[in-house]
Ligand binder design. Sequence first.
Ligand code: ZN
Length: 459
Amino acid sequence: MAADQRIVIENCAIATVDADDTEYASGYLVIAGNRIEAVGAGSAPEGLENVVRRIDATGHLVTPGLINTHHHFYQWITRGLATDHNLFNWLVALYPTWARIDEPMVYAAARGSLAMMARGGVTTAMDHHYVYPRGSGDLSGAIIRAAHETGVRFTLARGSMDRSEKDGGLPPDFAVETLEGALTATEATVKEHHDASFDAMTQVAVAPCSPFSVSTELLRQGAELARGLGVRLHTHGSETVEEEKFCHELFGMGPTDYFESTGWLGEDVWMAHCVHMNDSDIAAFARTKTGVAHCPSSNARLAAGIARVPDMLKAGVPVGLGVDGTASNESGELHTELRNALLINRLGAHREAALNARQALRLGTHGGAQVLGRAAETGSLEAGKLADLVLWKLDTLAHASIADPVTALVFGAAAPITASFVNGRQIVEDGRLLTVDEDAVARSTRDEAQRLARIAAQG
Ligand SMILES: [Zn+2]
């Protein structure tokens, strides 16, 4: 849509998720080109020119699009395996299969992961991809192509592993890269694909996998590389008690102190999980503005524990939500994480005061934009920001009897989506993707999952 063309959405409830949590029981929103031009109470201003479409959104809640801050797309074709394992046993069970992935498999898995999220209201996605078997093709390129075709805003966290079993790590020797190989390939990916502009659809972060699969040197040099290139840093941290024990045994300190010693705390860093954090760890994250990708379903699936999200928020730590890889969260959509963040945190120390519906929605929108470094551009509905937004239909059987729309959205079942816009472009209509053929994507994911299973079985 050209910059002077407008779409007007009206007669809907609106949760802007701005700094004041402004909401309108009945309001309007104007999209001009790829930006939000106006949002407010009552009817849209009269006399707007070049209105190409007017949407009567009666019965809907409009929110910022959901933002996913942690995922591993390739796992879409290894879902439903090692279902009763903790993290370390699950990794050891799956690494040999993951080490056999190739470009067509990763492309199909990325399309499946992206389609599932996008049809559920995600407008900004990320993929932490860290398995690059030798000779497997251009995996990063395939993932970025899939994101472009699906039409979502996207951050590729170019991952890596260089600490295999022979160096005391967890991955098998054949599944890792060399230190130099990982750094060179990561730098090339940033230079080829990272776009620093306000309305960028593709960004790249530097993302060594985890303390138990990468060398201290890869963490150190990875941080220097990212800062030299001006891009963000991402990794897994403090996920399980086993990881904590591993860090104490190998490095003589806990994960947060280890990250600090390698340059991995800072406002340009976000970390997945952060389940096992003591008060001084949380204070260190708050002091340095290090972000957290909270992944409640995956943490429950792998019996990792409950992250202290209420304490993090109180301390001022930026927190977003993550699906995590779908080998540890088979649902693969973000609404479940809004709901589970709220419910699971209430099982922790703060009980019913842990999180409310509006805080959960904030984690899944503005909080996500913060940890991806894009809060100036997206994550809330404000004039001048990018037009990334969702129309949730709340007047059907699932939600019609709940008076408060934000409560209906977060506490209720996943709401039907009438329309989802990314960068001013509609990508979902009445629950179906407009950008890709969902049925064709589903078929290709099944075919590639079966091909991977066959190759893995041959050993
Ligand atoms: Zn993960």
